[in-house]
Design a protein around this ligand. Sequence first.
Ligand code: C2E
Ligand code: CA
Ligand code: CA
Ligand code: CA
Length: 276
Amino acid sequence: VKSNGRGAACRFIPAIRDKAEERRALEADLAQALARGELSLAFQPVVEASDEHIVGFEALLRWNHPAHGKVPPDKFIPVAEATGLIIPIGHWVIRNACAWAARWPDHVRVAVNLSPAQIEDPLLIETVQRALADNDLDPARLELEITESLFLNEKPATTAKLAALRGLGVSFALDDFGTGYSSLGYLHKAAFSRIKIDRSFVSRAVQPGSEAGAIIQAIVSLAHSLDMATTAEGTETREEFEFCRALGCEQIQGYLFGRPMPPEEATALVRPATRL
Ligand code: C2E
Ligand code: CA
Ligand code: CA
Ligand code: CA
């Protein structure tokens, strides 16, 4: 143990010291992960509620650590955000997601998650533009998912940046709606096409006495009055699916219709005849 003040203090709080050490180790490993090919994308199907056909996939990052195995995104994305590594990693995600989407039929879109830090990336617009052009992908087939937390510490340039992205022809989805921020004043700022209803509402909706159904109903009607569609996230059961469909959710995503899967598997679902 080092004899500096920090080390001495931490010696008596092993849990905190271990957490900090674990985090530093994770940071160092994550810095290498991209170059070492440890990152991959998994694609989760999104289906149309009316006919249950796949209309898109959400790209979800995966990290296969050489020693620890699969590290959950909820663990390494915050580290990537705090260190700035989310910027180069995000570039890779955008390019990779567009490259896969280019192999899918025209009606199948791809959704890519953007952290608030990525909106500030000066190379974001150029990266999206090049990924679309290099893969000859119609911008309408790329959806960018952003969370309401972006508007919590909104920088002056945020709205302009979103407008510029929108100008490329890509669309925006508002992710995890209802979980973070209570103001609705930001809703017009990105011209959202879609609200993604958080899994916490979907899973509670069918429980007896739950208020979650009423909340979903309110979100759907808010969305429709603003000309937006909705996707119910984290739909695990037939009952949840029927419930959300009856309330007017246009699209459904969740384990019921497929877990996040390797790109080849996702591609085979929408292009069964293509050999990769
Ligand atoms: P998210 O954007 O809300 O993604 C949905 C999460 O819910 C995914 O977790 C997905 O695997 C999980 N999920 C989907 N359907 C179900 C279901 O029916 N039941 C349950 N229990 N879970 C379901 P995942 O893949 O662990 O990702 C966690 C979060 O990490 C994402 O939440 C997103 O915020 C972030 N993330 C993932 N990939 C990226 C990325 O490429 N860039 C950025 N910035 N963030 C990412
Ligand atoms: Ca998402
Ligand atoms: Ca979500
Ligand atoms: Ca989330």
